[in-house]
Design a protein around this ligand. Structure first.
Ligand code: NAP
Length: 535
């Protein structure tokens, strides 16, 4: 196969990849984009499981670079479903004629930096090769599905489907005996959606969640018009907030300045918002102060208790082993009511783990649960998995996969020392790994990466990478902020705790989206101080 030469290769055609492609192309660069999927959309292509839906308000979950696009697109509701978000991304790609530069069904399996030539040699599974001065990874932080360790799947005669690899044509669940493993944000969406349709539903739960009741509403009419009138405000303000949403953390000392009653009232209003405001819109201390976290956790438990209204089930469905918000807070719509249905059974696999598959289903504690379909909502090798799978080797053949198998480090989540001209949008140690309304952070990162590339081009440099000292400085700042929070003590994907052997570190920077943006802007304004630029 012939080798193609491009200035920039963008890997991934989701929210970040489409915008990155657009930015570089508009600047006159020769840029090509590849994606392993059979269609564009990234997360919103792969995760087409039943019930998949946004949990950021749609009016904050969009591109801000084109007023025309903002004018032309209409969201139907506050938290739209997966097909609508995919339609939005296709609408964008059509409008800006991006399809010609996107090559689908193309999985990258190797990338080696050639130091003397000053480019990346990138290989696809099919054997295609690109020489690219810049390699921009837009593969997403939740893209490498985690398969559970229980053995014997080859024996099982039924269907197994991971939610992030859900067949595009769907899976017939009607009247079937279905099992769902996993009760994170994904599992909750699946369970509440399919319960009424399936014959029997066994939910295999290891960790219960503090799920907040979603307040979804139509954006047709006045509410939609209101949010459309706010485009300019949202565009300017979202990147300066703590979480990239339309609300921000109040600057009050919760413990000292408010009475218990006032705190309770504030929690009530955040809960009533029916959004992630309850998680990243109350008080910063909720994530740092154990006593206050306990107060909020108890508030959330009371809310769930009122919904479940069954002591035996309450014990299983209400979390007690970790604090509110230290595990990603899911939104739900009818989830708790599902468990009072006759066809639904909650199997607690915390103390008695799932042992193995049998021919007919799953074995737990010696008992066989018969299944026609097993849904795996078991999550991802987050932050790093989609990058390490690409087999990237930097200067002197150093492997990113090996490096990160020992210690997960980066500089602002955007670059790694020893990997010149590799940019990692949504890479580990930036807010975009978990603590951000994704499009807010992805657009900020794409803008930063584009500016860095333009800076090199306009000033006659061929490559850029952070110095070891700059990287050490970032990692130590990241750890300092992370260690002030309660999140480092919870066993969640946030810390890599869901993947055996993965080094522990909070994957996402938690100093706030606005502060992170300022730090990135300072680096650019300084002419990329701390970064090595080669002529
Ligand atoms: P997740 O939060 O990692 O949840 C995985 C679930 O699978 C957990 O309940 C986990 O239990 C369980 N699990 C894994 N291995 C297991 C095993 N061997 N036995 C039993 N249970 C097992 O993954 P997710 O639900 O896919 O969510 C990942 C992230 O995607 C979310 O945190 C969120 O950021 C994002 N998301 C967003 C939306 C949205 O609305 N926009 C929807 C879905 C997901 P343990 O907790 O005990 O490990």
């Amino acid at each position: 196969m012939t080798t193609k030469t491009v200035e920039a290769l963008v890997v991934g055609a989701g929210i970040a990849g489409l915008y990155q492609l657009y930015k570089l192309r508009e600047a006159g660069m020769q840029v090509h984009c590849v994606d392993a999927g059979s269609d564009i959309g990234g997360t919103w292509h792969w995760n087409c499981y039943p019930g998949a839906r946004l949990d950021s308000p749609s009016y904050t979950y969009q591109y801000w670079f084109s007023d025309e696009l903002l004018d032309q697109w209409r969201w139907s509701e506050r938290f739209p479903t997966q097909p609508e978000i995919k339609r939005y991304l296709k609408f964008t790609a059509d409008k800006f004629a991006l399809h010609d530069q996107i090559q689908l069904n193309t999985r990258i399996v190797g990338a080696d930096w050639d130091d003397s030539a000053g480019y990346w040699v990138v290989r696809s599974e099919a054997g295609e090769v690109w020489h690219a001065q810049y390699l921009v990874s837009c593969v997403g932080m939740l893209s490498a599905p985690k398969l559970p360790p229980f053995p014997g799947h080859e024996k099982f005669k039924g269907t197994i489907a991971h939610t992030a690899r859900w067949p595009q044509g769907g899976v017939d669940l009607k009247g079937k005996k279905v099992g769902v493993v996993g009760t994170g944000a994904t599992g909750i969406q699946v369970i509440q959606t399919i319960a009424a349709e399936v014959g029997e539903l066994n939910v295999f739960q290891r960790t219960a969640q503090y799920a907040v009741k979603m307040d979804n509403y139509s954006l047709e009419g006045e509410r939609g018009e209101y949010w459309r009138s706010q485009h300019e405000n949202l565009k300017n303000n979202l990147p300066n907030t703590f979480g990239g949403f339309e609300w921000t953390l109040p600057e009050v000392d919760w413990a000292r300045s408010l009475t218990v009653h006032e705190r309770h009232e504030l929690l009530e209003s955040c809960w009533a918002d029916g959004s992630l405001k309850m998680w990243v819109g109350t008080y910063p201390e909720v994530l740092t102060d154990a006593a206050l976290n306990q107060e909020v956790s108890e508030f959330a438990r009371e809310k769930i208790r009122a919904r479940v209204n069954n002591p035996a089930l309450e014990e299983k469905l209400i979390p007690t082993s970790y604090g509110f918000g230290t595990y990603r807070v899911p939104l739900e719509n009818g989830y708790y009511e599902v468990f009072s249905r006759d066809n639904v059974n909650l199997v607690d696999v915390a103390e008695t783990p799932i042992e193995a598959f049998s021919e007919n289903g799953l074995i737990v504690g010696g008992k066989e649960y018969e299944l026609d379909v097993l849904v795996l909502a078991t999550g991802f090798d987050a932050g790093t998995g989609s990058l390490t799978q690409m087999n990237i080797r930097g200067r002197d053949g150093v492997s990113l996969t090996e490096l990160w198998s020992k210690d997960i480090t980066s500089t602002m989540g955007l670059q790694v020392h020893g990997f010149p001209n590799l940019f990692t949008i949504a890479g580990p140690l930036a807010p975009a790994t978990a603590f951000c309304n994704m499009p807010t952070c992805l657009q900020q990162q794409v803008d930063w990466v584009s500016d860095a590339i333009f800076h090199l081009r306009d000033n006659g440099f061929k490559s850029i990478e952070p110095s070891q000292a700059k990287q050490d400085e970032w990692v130590s700042h990241h750890d300092e902020v992370a260690n002030m929070t309660l999140l480092v003590h919870t066993n969640a994907w946030y810390n890599g705790a869901n993947i055996e052997g993965k080094p522990r570190r909070l994957l996402s920077y938690i100093g706030g989206v606005g502060s992170y943006r300022d730090l990135c802007a300072q680096v650019a304004a300084s002419g990329y101080q701390g970064f090595i630029k080669a002529a």
